[in-house]
Design a protein. Structure first.
Length: 179
């Protein structure tokens, strides 16, 4: 546990994103633990009682992020839980909050956004709006990734649906390094 008593649980199957998020929160004084899926999270909860949690909505394996939220909230109801997703929807946002999350954020979200979500008062009529517009590069990358998921990561079909040459898409993916 950190000197200020803040322990963060990150449930994320993307190891590089989890590592970057961990380093960023450690610099802010959090003690960080990481689980890649629901089963790993349950094992960590036997040894730790996190004060904060960041949970990805889509995880590899059987259980989703919503299952993780439910399990964590049942075990430690005072834990502040923020759900991150690359595929935001109203249904999953409502369900995440019903299951115990204090906030639901669409990716890309940075450490400032997540920490602000931890400090958000539920039901506040005046939520803080940040003036950080999404860049064209991020919008393009989100659209490419969304289409990749829809085509089950078939590069040729993704390029066809996006109306671009396959080699152009391959170059863009090489720059971003998807898993």
């Amino acid at each position: 546990m950190s000197e200020n008593g803040r322990q963060l649980l990150i449930v994320e199957d993307d190891a590089s994103f989890a590592k970057a998020l961990s380093r960023s929160f450690e610099r802010r004084g959090y003690s960080v633990i990481h689980a890649a899926n629901h089963d790993a999270m349950v094992a960590l909860l036997d040894m730790h009682q996190p004060t904060h949690a960041v949970i990805d909505m889509k995880l590899d394996g059987k259980a989703s992020g919503l299952t993780c939220v439910q399990t964590l909230h049942q075990r430690y109801p005072d834990t502040l839980i923020v759900v991150l997703t690359g595929f935001a929807s109203i249904n999953t946002a409502v369900e995440a909050v019903k299951l115990g999350a204090c906030q639901y954020l669409a990716k890309p979200s940075n450490t400032d956004d997540i920490e602000a979500a931890f400090n958000h008062v539920a039901g506040a009529a005046e939520p803080e709006i940040t003036a950080r517009p999404t860049s064209i590069k991020n919008l393009e990358w989100e659209r490419i990734h969304e289409m990749l998921v829809q085509t089950d990561f078939n590069i040729s079909e993704t390029a066809r649906r996006l109306g671009m040459h396959r080699r152009t898409l391959a170059r863009k993916l090489e720059k971003q390094r998807i898993k």
